[in-house]
Design a protein around this ligand. Structure first.
Ligand code: SF4
Length: 689
């Protein structure tokens, strides 16, 4: 029987469910969904509820380790020796190759406080802005696109808002599998009568599930999001379905007119794009009319929007549609990115991008830099630093030599695995801080053991900007919480940090970041959680954004020209591969594969349409070879009509699948977010791996 409990936050997806961790001494007995959790109201999914056994898994590394060369065996060392070694190596590298020759990566799995400290270490200790986050490979286009259109890079609504939606567009997202607790809430509203439009190459569960049938499913060819979104806008503009009063009041009318002229061109009509997208023009016309005239219209989107060469363009096209129809600034409407990781919103908020300080303020802004310079006692570099792909390019070129990676497995999760490996292999000091010896650690010179969410205090910020407390329920098995590891590394590098608790880090965030000005641990204790902005103007937080005006002033309409990806099908690679997730597993599976959840999804499979399978002599369950221009792998086939002819699909939870050996190095034009969702491939029978 449990002896005591603490309320904490799930460390998997961006829904941010609250749980009671029921403990017997230092042993976790069970995780019980907390009925007062504002994001989940007592609900949960099989990950948060059951997949926590990785915290005590035998594979965890609990002692720091060093090796001179990556071919050497690991040598266990004391924490002090590890910190001294890293500090001396980083200083040697900077002395030898220059200040810009090292950098670091923050983690969307770690707390806000930990992320803030890593970017602070890099900016104030390394003296450069070579900091990036794993959001680079998922929602960086959200940051860019919503920043351009609305002035801030965050979802506009709270989850409760969907209860007032009359029409919901789900584009490039599969909430049933990826964001299950929100998915259930959405389905409840749909069962009550709200209409659904799904824009997705695949027939996801929500398209047709018990008691729910989408009014429109637009099964577009992967890579054509912008063309479809612009065609929806074409119908709204040419049929006069836009909200003129809203646009005149909240946006720049002449910018709208310019955009309207652009989308009204015949080349953007549903009929003109049919051959390109494969979508029935009548379905596009019907969906556009439903969204524009059906009452409160909300848009929810996921990585099927962002992980494209036009990811940022699609985000801006979504924003255009919401502004043109007046669907922003009140309950039931809005533009809502479904964030993947537990703290991807927070890692972006905390200044993890090479061009932004906490609170999305550009590093070149003198006034913002002055705030941090005064507090940190250093002069900050005003030039943006390197993004992850640029760090790897520079490593291959010989100018980037050292990296500190907290809680991120870039070898498995970033595109073009061979290039990532080449970049890491070219560095002289790779420091990995993680729970397990992940794939990236194969190239590390120093391994610093990480701590789980059960072993530390802090906060996560979920997809609705809700800042939730994470509470320590057991001692760190490795001796130090992640924030303490970063602090000790900073101290070894000569910085005079002296935080005694993460609450002090949050106080510093609040003192420097206007949208967090009213946030502190006492207030979170009292409120349970709050949604930023939380400050003098909004003391109880902000469930809905852009209520009376956009953060940037006037909402900005932006022309969104469709540009085809450079990844083309052809005789050698005639099919298009796209990727996604299942409910029971999480991303590259480092945690969920070390729990009983593996029984629900023991392997990744390749979904292929019956026609494509038959043409290739492939039967359900057969091993197949999946090859692209970048590489090849083997997995078993799942013959299904969920995918259209010409499209294949797989999950990427198991390292054997090596999905990123297949994917290309094309990326979003604005943010370098990799184009994971479109790869030209060939599938052929095989005898297995
Ligand atoms: Fe909630 Fe997401 Fe955790 Fe599932 S994985 S319990 S939906 S936060």
């Amino acid at each position: 029987q449990p002896e005591h409990s603490e309320v904490t936050t799930c460390a998997y997806c961006g829904v941010g469910c609250s749980f009671k961790a029921e403990m017997r001494g230092e042993e976790l007995v069970r995780m019980v969904p907390w009925k007062d959790g504002k994001a989940n109201r007592g609900h949960s999914c099989v990950k948060g509820r059951f997949a926590w056994g990785y915290a005590t898994h035998k594979d965890r590394i609990l002692n720091p380790m060093i090796r001179e060369k990556i071919s050497d065996p690991w040598r266990e060392v004391s924490w002090d020796e590890a910190f001294a070694h890293v500090a001396s190596e980083f200083r040697r590298i900077q002395y030898q190759y220059g200040r810009e020759s090292i950098g670091g990566i923050t983690s969307s799995r770690c707390t806000n406080e930990e992320t803030y400290l890593v970017q602070k270490l890099i900016r104030s200790g390394f003296g450069n802005n070579n900091v990036d986050t794993c959001a680079r490979v998922c929602h960086s286009p959200t940051g860019y696109g919503l920043g351009q259109a609305f002035g801030t890079s965050a979802g506009t609504q709270d989850f409760d808002s969907v209860e007032d939606s009359d029409v919901v567009i789900v584009i490039g997202a599969n909430p049933t599998e990826g964001h299950p607790v929100f998915g259930s809430r959405l389905k409840k509203r749909l069962r009550q009568g709200a209409k659904l439009i799904v824009i997705d190459p695949r027939k996801t569960e929500i398209v047709s599930s018990p008691h729910i049938k989408a009014s429109y499913h637009l099964p577009l060819k992967p890579g054509t999001n912008v063309a479809v979104m612009t065609a929806l806008a074409h119908v709204i503009v040419t049929e006069g379905l836009y909200d003129e009063a809203f646009i005149r009041e909240r946006c720049d009318w002449s910018e709208f007119q310019d955009w309207a002229e652009f989308v009204a061109a015949e080349q953007h009509s549903p009929e003109a794009i049919q051959a390109l997208t494969g979508v029935d023009p009548d379905a596009i016309r019907g969906a556009a009319r439903l969204y524009a005239t059906g009452g409160n219209g909300a848009i929810y989107y996921g990585l099927g929007v962002t992980e494209h060469s036009q990811g940022s363009t699609t985000v801006m096209a979504i924003a255009n549609l919401a502004m043109a129809t007046g669907n922003i600034g009140r309950r039931g409407v809005g533009v809502n990115p479904l964030r993947g990781q537990n703290n991807v919103q927070g890692s972006c908020d905390m200044g993890s991008f090479p061009h932004e300080l906490p609170g999305y303020r550009h590093i070149s802004d003198d006034a913002t830099r002055a705030i941090f310079e005064k507090l940190w006692g250093v002069e900050l570099n005003k030039e943006p630093g390197l993004r992850i792909p640029n760090m790897l390019d520079a490593a291959v070129d010989g100018s980037f030599k050292g990296i500190y990676i907290q809680g991120e497995d870039i070898l498995q999760s970033d595109p073009d695995t061979k290039h990532v490996a080449a970049g890491l292999a070219a560095m002289e000091c790779v420091v990995v801080q993680d729970l397990f010896l992940n794939e990236t650690a194969n190239y590390a010179h120093v391994f610093l053991p990480g701590s789980t969410f059960l072993e530390k205090d802090g906060t996560f910020t979920n997809a609705e900007r809700r800042i939730n407390r994470v509470r320590r329920v057991m001692s760190p098995k490795n001796g130090l919480a992640d924030w303490e590891v970063t602090q000790k590394l900073a101290q070894a590098m000569g910085l005079n940090w002296a935080y005694s608790h993460p609450s002090q880090v949050m106080d510093e965030i609040a003192a420097t970041t206007p949208s967090f000005a009213g946030v502190n641990y006492d207030y979170l204790e009292k409120m349970g959680s709050v949604q930023w902005p939380c400050n003098e103007k909004a003391p109880e937080g902000s469930p809905i954004m852009h209520v009376n005006g956009f953060v940037r002033g006037k909402g900005k309409f932006i022309r969104t020209e469709y540009v085809a990806t450079d990844e083309k099908t052809g005789p050698r690679f005639p099919l298009l591969l796209t990727t996604g997730r299942v409910l029971s597993q999480y991303n590259v599976g480092a945690q969920t594969r070390r729990t009983g959840n593996t029984a629900w999804h023991p392997e990744d499979r390749l979904e292929i349409h019956p026609h494509d399978a038959e043409n290739r002599g492939i039967r359900d369950g057969d091993w197949v070879r999946l090859a692209s221009r970048a590489g090849e792998t083997s997995l078993r086939a799942l013959v299904t009509e969920k995918v259209a002819p010409g499209v294949v699909y797989t999950t990427f939870h198991h390292p054997d699948t090596q999905a990123n050996v297949i994917t290309t190095d094309f990326s979003d034009w604005a943010t370098n977010c990799p184009e994971y969702k479109v790869t030209a491939v060939q599938v052929s029978p095989s005898n297995g791996p």
